[in-house]
Design a protein around this ligand. Structure first.
Ligand code: MG
Length: 385
């Protein structure tokens, strides 16, 4: 037995809002809804692994959606939600979890405190779910006419993630296969397990309508409201060779750049900008120049590492902007490839990446063709508080 795992159900075809995209893949801030759901659980310190269940035909958009997140390889969903959950649970049996959280992919903001409340409640119960009391008066309606005002005093709205002792919920799901039950707590109830409730959170909303998506966008703007900017600068001198690496792209040239790693001046400036934005020191501190591990290393590893540090804090990249300063080689013909490569390394959309070049009008060391300089700015958004 070892630890807590999570299953995220993202196999629904529920194309809402008239579109063709299942709602878990709708854009939400710098990413898609599922990226937020999966990223939140993956970042929780008590969760050892996150198992997402997807439709096979969504594999391409899934890979794009969760790029850069540390998740278990996805498994295929079934015909109904319950089949998908069961597939996720079966895939986790190899880890022998003590507890499992089951979460809807379309709920982007399961906050860490809520997750901890659910897990704490499992010390005393087979199952625990977050739930909220009803604020509005509840009416039973038939043919647009109220037939009853329902006593709401003991009614609650169920949220996810719902937590369970793993062997108990696995057995319950196996037993209830084929029956249609609306959530995993209902599966547990049908199997005779006791299900406790803990306080849910209004912000832990499920996106099912256009207005939910608008509310989620507003929440995200507030949650990632700590906007920070970092800048970086780097220089490498020329040495004999036939190409330089710049922004992850091999550029043919009559010289190479001298350096301990691949001397990618653009990626080094950008890595420093990323580290600067989160107050995480500088590139030399994380990748000491004398360290044999980084001799000849491809600098994309350095930049990806800085992005991981940011994401481990729940942050996202808003935009990065790199300026390459040299007379030669000409950067222009490689600019688009550089933008695409940086976007790929950072796992962000290319329209959040800028690479440009300038000369120094033949002045100074870059003007004399002695080397290349680069400066970069990274704008990132971190959670408030
Ligand atoms: Mg450097």
């Amino acid at each position: 037995m070892s630890g807590v795992y999570a299953v995220i159900v993202a196999a629904g075809r529920g194309a809402r809002f008239g579109g063709t995209l299942p709602k878990q893949y709708l854009a939400l801030g710098p990413g898609r809804i599922l990226r937020h759901s999966a990223g939140s659980l993956a970042a929780h310190p008590r969760i050892a692994g996150v198992q997402v269940v997807i439709r096979d035909e969504d594999r391409t958009i899934y890979d794009e959606t969760v790029a850069g997140l540390a998740l278990l390889p996805p498994v295929s969903g079934g015909a109904e939600r319950q089949d998908s959950v069961r597939n996720g649970l079966e895939a986790l049996t190899r880890y022998e979890p003590d507890h499992v959280l089951i979460h809807d992919g379309a709920r982007p903001f399961p906050d860490a405190a809520l997750v901890s409340r659910v897990l704490d409640a499992l010390d005393a119960a087979d199952a625990a779910i977050p739930a909220l009391p009803l604020g509005d008066t509840i009416k039973r309606v038939v043919d647009h006419r109220i037939v009853e005002t329902v006593d709401r005093s003991n009614l609650f709205r169920a949220q996810t993630p719902q937590g369970f002792r793993f062997p108990a919920i696995l057995a319950a799901h196996r037993e209830m296969a084929g029956r249609i039950l609306t959530d995993d707590a209902a599966v547990a109830e049908a199997a005779g397990l006791s299900v406790a409730i803990v306080a849910g959170h209004e912000e832990n909303l499920k996106v099912t309508t256009v207005s939910d998506l608008a509310a989620a966008e507003r929440l995200l703007a507030l949650r990632l409201g700590d906007v920070r900017v970092g800048q970086g600068f780097d220089v490498h001198g020329f040495a004999p060779g036939d190409h330089v690496m710049c922004c992850g792209v091999r550029v043919p040239h009559t010289a190479a750049l001298l350096g301990h790693s691949d001397a990618d001046v653009g990626l080094h400036a950008l890595t420093d900008a990323m580290l600067g934005a989160i107050g995480a020191g500088d590139i030399g501190q994380h990748f000491p120049p004398g360290d044999p591990r980084w001799r000849g290393a491809s600098s994309d590893q350095l930049l990806a590492y800085a992005a991981t540090l940011l994401r481990n804090r729940g942050g996202e990249i808003a935009a990065v902007d790199v300026t390459i300063i040299c007379e030669r080689p000409k950067i222009g013909p490689h600019r688009v490839a550089m933008v695409d490569r940086v976007a790929e390394i950072l796992a962000i959309a290319p329209d959040r990446v800028s690479v440009k070049a300038t000369t120094t009008e033949r002045l100074g060391f870059t003007g004399r063709g002695e080397g290349i300089a680069a400066q970069a700015v990274a704008t990132v958004r971190l959670p408030l508080g």
